[in-house]
Design a protein around this ligand. Structure first.
Ligand code: APR
Ligand code: PHB
Length: 395
């Protein structure tokens, strides 16, 4: 087989990059290890920055999002007993976020690819990139017991944190930056109306809690839990009781509870590898970086990488600008690090770090909570990061 850009992984990164390139007349082939049902079964976050929304529209997959997604003009923070609404729209001169589940984004992208008749191979095993530093890179994989080879110009490693792309870069090339946090998030999805029309991020002496939503009838809630906790130890009832205990009384009173559709625990982690390019291989999204979910940046940083790689490849194929290829990693990383900073900052601001924080750290946390919610500059700082910082031009 032959293609121009071989894409490993059919998560949001791979599918979005594939759609944009396909629409531009650049051939792509996506190779995914799981089945489409498995990919759609993963429950992930659901807050899209304006830049992500615009990119999805540009890819021609914005119709259902524009119909069913919820535009949010604000978000609430509860810190040290103080409940404060951030008017995102007013603070940022008109910017908002779109609440639309990552699962739905993925579903729309899958359907668009199928409608376009662009090739995608699911249930591929042993995917391996080769000759990354040579002129003719290629992929091999197995499907139904047969070995296949795909010759290509470039390989996009969109295969998430556990993917093969990052692992196929020789040892010593990448520098890894990591921070692990001493807690996880227990999430619960339920067919109950959201407790508030906007998201509420709450800190409490018992730990962090988040009230999010997928639609007017479906809610997503989270509570901070110790890393050792098992989801089996958390009955729905225990979850609802703990959530209510961490929310302001007025919110807890309005909370509608119901049976969980899904419940899981995810550890929190920050990780970046540099650079995001090795020869003809480009790392995109979770393959190169992980953020804790507190800033809602995971999918948005993936979209930001896709934006840069897509615009660079467009100029490579249309204008012969191969000089731009080495710009991908620095361009993408500049924005990644700002997203990492914000996610780390929000995590630090909102969680109970137990004995990982000394007295000084706690005083700093308190001062941050006080400052960021009372100063107009503090509020603007959070707001402009939450709606998403601008993309740089690719020239
Ligand atoms: N071969 C082929 N496919 C693979 C391989 C492999 N060796 N390893 C992983 N994959 C596939 C996974 O099955 C998955 O479908 O790559 C895809 C990666 O998708 P994601 O993990 O969703 O990563 P990405 O597309 O970068 O999306 C980033 O997902 O984890 C969230 O917070 C994150 O919202 C962000 C988004
Ligand atoms: C979610 O809806 O799952 C969600 C929303 C905001 C976050 C994290 C998760 O910061």
């Amino acid at each position: 087989m032959n293609t121009q850009v071989a894409i490993i992984g059919a998560g949001p990164s791979g599918l979005l990059l594939g759609q944009l390139l396909h629409n531009a007349g650049i051939q792509t082939l996506i190779v995914e290890r799981q089945t489409p049902e498995y990919v759609l079964g993963r429950i992930r976050a659901g807050v899209l920055e304006q830049g992500t929304v615009d990119l999805l529209r540009e890819a021609g997959v914005g119709a259902r999002m524009d119909r069913e997604g919820l535009v949010h003009e604000g978000v609430e923070l509860v810190l040290g007993g103080r409940r404060q609404r951030l008017d995102l729209k007013a603070l940022t001169g008109g910017k908002t976020v779109m609440v639309y589940g990552q699962t739905e984004v993925t579903r729309d992208l899958m359907q668009a690819r199928e409608a376009a008749g662009a090739p995608i191979i699911y249930s591929a095993s042993n995917v391996q990139p080769h000759e990354l530093k040579g002129e003719r890179p290629y992929l091999t994989f197995e499907k139904d017991g047969q070995l296949h080879r795909v010759d290509c110009d470039y390989i996009a490693g969109c295969d998430g944190f556990h993917g093969v792309s990052r692992q196929s870069i020789p040892e010593g090339v990448l520098k890894e930056y990591e921070r692990v946090y001493p807690f996880g998030w227990l999430g619960l999805l339920s067919d109950t109306p959201p407790v508030n029309h906007e998201l509420i991020y709450a800190n409490h002496a018992r730990g962090f809690a988040l009230c999010s939503q997928r639609s007017e009838t479906r809610s997503r809630y989270y509570v901070q839990v110790p890393l050792e906790d098992r989801v089996e130890a958390w009955s729905d009832e225990r979850f609802w009781t703990e959530l209510k205990a961490r929310l302001p009384e007025a919110v807890a009173r309005d909370l509608v509870t119901g049976p969980s559709l899904e419940k899981s625990i995810a550890p929190l982690r920050s990780l970046v590898v540099e650079p995001m390019q090795y020869g003809h291989l480009f790392l995109v999204g979770d393959a190169a970086h992980i953020v804790p979910p507190t800033g809602a940046k995971g999918l948005n940083l993936a979209a930001s990488d896709v934006n840069y790689l897509y615009r660079i490849l467009l100029k490579v194929y249309r204008e012969g600008r191969t000089d731009l290829l080495e710009q991908y990693s620095p361009l993408a990383l500049r924005r990644v690090w700002k997203g990492e900073r914000f996610s780390w900052f929000m995590t630090q601001l909102l969680h109970d770090f137990g004995d990982q924080m000394d007295d000084w750290d706690r005083k700093m946390q308190e001062a941050d909570r006080e400052y960021f919610l009372t100063s107009p500059a503090g509020l603007l700082n959070i707001a402009e990061n939450y709606v998403g910082l601008p993309y740089e031009a690719v020239e």
